[in-house]
Structures are given as C-alpha cells and as structure tokens.
Design a protein around this ligand. Structure first.
Ligand code: SF4
Length: 101
C-alpha cells in the first residue's frame, strides 16, 4: 500500500505533506509540476501526510474515491515518465493561465 495525492493538490502544492513525511518520498519539480507525487516504492504508509494536507488531497491507495482512482497510477508513473503525467494532468484539469484568450 501507499498514499496517493489526488486532484485537489493541482495548483495548490502547499507542501505541508513534504514537511511531515519522515522518509522524504514526496517530490515534484517546482518549475514544471502542478501537483506533488508520492513515490509508492518509498512510502511507508505512516499516514502523517493525510491530515497535514489543507485541501484533503491525500488518501491511502485503497481508499481513493472512485472518481479519482487514476491518480494512483499517475503518482507511480510520475517517477518513470514525468512528462507524460504532466500532460495528463493538463488534460484532467486545464491550466487556467493557459486558457486566457
Ligand atoms: Fe510520507 Fe507517510 Fe505520507 Fe507515505 S504516508 S507519503 S511515508 S508521510
């Protein structure tokens, strides 16, 4: 099991979870990413990040709401193919700044 960061993190990226994670398994590129990603191979399921998140974006992977289930795969895939995941995030939630006419 691992914890997963879902849609509510997009464009929030408060990083409170990073501050509390005891194994430093939450990452992002601050110049490129619109959300944070938990490494499922490093997460020790301590649950510290879940209550720390101010937008309730974090769930254990077996309790992610069905509508957000894709984020389980996206968090894991970011560690192998971050560009593909960034593109998918933009599809799921278009960047408001890029939609200005
Ligand atoms: Fe880090 Fe614990 Fe959250 Fe896993 S559950 S990402 S180890 S704070």
């Amino acid at each position: 099991m691992a914890y997963v960061i879902t849609e509510a993190c997009i464009d929030e990226v408060t990083q409170d979870c990073i501050d509390v994670c005891p194994v430093d398994c939450i990452h992002f590129d601050e110049n490129l990413d619109r959300k944070l990603y938990i490494d499922p191979n490093e997460c020790i399921d301590c649950s510290a990040c879940e209550p720390a998140c101010p937008v309730d974006a974090i769930f254990p992977d077996n309790k992610v709401p069905v509508a957000l289930s894709e984020y389980v795969e996206l968090d894991a895939r970011w560690y192998k193919d971050p560009a593909a995941v960034r593109a998918r995030i933009d599809e799921l939630k278009p960047d408001a700044a890029s939609n200005v006419a």
